[in-house]
Design a protein around this ligand. Structure first.
Ligand code: NDP
Length: 265
């Protein structure tokens, strides 16, 4: 007789959280391996974050995906953090080691780069423009830099908010209207991308990517296309790829993301 599998508990924690697409993605991965897997959404106010996370792991939870506004706090409460989480100053993935110590990782950057590769968009040698200077921008900059773009520039509505990132990532510039055209534009702003793009030099036929997905990506993608970019994509694929890296860290199993990109969640 086969031993009964223990239920593995994971969750995504944020506020707001109702919109999160992480549960169906992780459940689809778990089905690939026949894991008995429960993946819930946890709505959590900032002041409750540390206690909620500690209780989740004390109760035997395996892994937490972390989203707005908790990513910097997630890094701060972990006993150990990956280099990419430390570089980003934020974590989107938490787990526990065999001693019960909480570790932190940031899979946003690798998720983006893997999705760009899947879409046939190389970063190496491109002039890359990142819109926004929040947590998502911090998460993707180290991964983009590692791909050796010809230039990597930031543009933010509030220039002062970009200063910490410019200090942290040597070689990243503030984009201006006088720059040579950018061939790959990545928007991380929650809104307002269209107005920003209209002021910046873009290379006709270049590529665009918005970390938002579905309807929320439409204004940025429409503006990118109107300004001459031809390969433009939303952030759904990044969401799948960053989740796959987190899943592999928690369970030691590498899921096949292809069925999910094909619409299977
Ligand atoms: P933050 O709140 O940390 O940053 C928001 C950024 O958006 C800031 O640069 C802010 O500029 C800018 N912004 C907000 N409103 C406007 C506006 N009206 N006009 C111009 N700029 C504006 O959010 P995150 O960086 O954590 O996340 C950004 C987005 O990326 C979210 O929508 C999130 O859902 C998405 N995301 C998607 C992922 C995926 O896997 N696809 C992964 C991670 C994030 P300012 O400094 O001037 O306020």
């Amino acid at each position: 007789m086969m031993a009964e599998q223990t239920l593995i508990r994971c969750a995504v924690i944020g506020q707001p959280i109702a919109h999160s697409k992480s549960p169906p993605i992780h459940q689809a991965f778990a089905r690939q391996f026949g894991l008995q897997h429960d993946y819930q959404k946890i709505d959590c106010a900032p002041e409750q974050f540390a206690a909620t996370v500690q209780q989740f792991f004390a109760d035997g939870g395996r892994g937490l995906s972390v989203t707005l506004p908790h990513k910097p706090a997630a890094l701060a409460l972990a006993a150990q953090a990956s280099d990419r989480a430390q570089l980003a100053g934020a974590a989107n993935t938490l787990g526990v080691d065999s001693n019960g110590a909480i570790w932190a990782d940031n899979t946003d950057g690798i998720g983006l780069v893997r999705d760009l590769a899947r879409l046939g968009i190389g970063v190496k040698g491109q002039r890359v423009l990142v819109l926004g200077a929040g947590g998502a921008a911090a998460g993707i900059l180290p991964a983009l830099q590692a791909e050796q773009p010809a230039a990597l520039a930031l543009f933010n509505r509030t220039p002062a908010n970009a200063v910490p990132l410019l200090k942290r990532f040597a070689g990243v510039q503030l984009a201006t209207a006088a720059d040579a055209p950018y061939s790959l534009v990545i928007s991380t702003v929650s809104s307002g991308a269209a107005a920003m793009l209209a002021t910046l030099p873009l290379q006709a036929g270049g590529s665009g990517y918005d970390l938002n997905y579905g309807e929320r990506a439409e204004p940025a993608l429409t503006a990118m296309r109107a300004l001459g970019l031809s390969g433009c994509h939303d952030g759904r694929g990044m969401l799948i790829e960053q989740a796959a890296v987190a899943f592999a860290r928690w369970h030691g199993l590498t899921p096949d993301t292809a069925p999910l990109h094909a619409g299977g969640f």
